[in-house]
Design a protein around this ligand. Structure first.
Ligand SMILES: [Zn+2]
Length: 113
């Protein structure tokens, strides 16, 4: 399950930030996940609780902000919303889509004390 290693990556960032910004505890993690990032929110929540046990983020709440997938269609020259990677264009059925948004996973905001 690659959500586990994603959470370990998040923990690494939290620990690094804690040193820089001098906080003791993370209360909430606002995580932005693109619809095309290939991340399963439920699996991520589960992994988050497991990975954060015994760390500065043990009691932290995970808030997931889903970002829709967006692409530019070369077939019809329109910006379209896509649900999955390799979907066809909803307008013209072309597969020549250039993904412009929705593949990211990043920490948007932290609530700490
Ligand atoms: Zn199109």
């Amino acid at each position: 399950m690659h959500e586990m290693s994603l959470c370990e990556g998040i923990l690494g960032v939290l620990q690094q930030q804690a040193k820089q910004q001098n906080y003791q505890r993370v209360k909430t993690v606002f995580l932005e996940i693109g619809a095309l990032a290939g991340v399963e929110p439920d699996a991520l929540r589960f992994s988050f609780d497991v990975v954060m046990q015994g760390t500065l983020a043990e009691q932290a709440r995970l808030e997931i902000l889903l970002v829709p997938g967006e692409a530019w269609c070369l077939g019809c020259g329109t910006a379209v919303t896509v649900q999955q990677l390799y979907d066809a264009c909803p307008n013209c059925g072309s597969f020549q889509l250039q993904i412009s948004d929705g593949q990211q996973m990043r920490i948007k905001e932290l609530e700490v004390e």
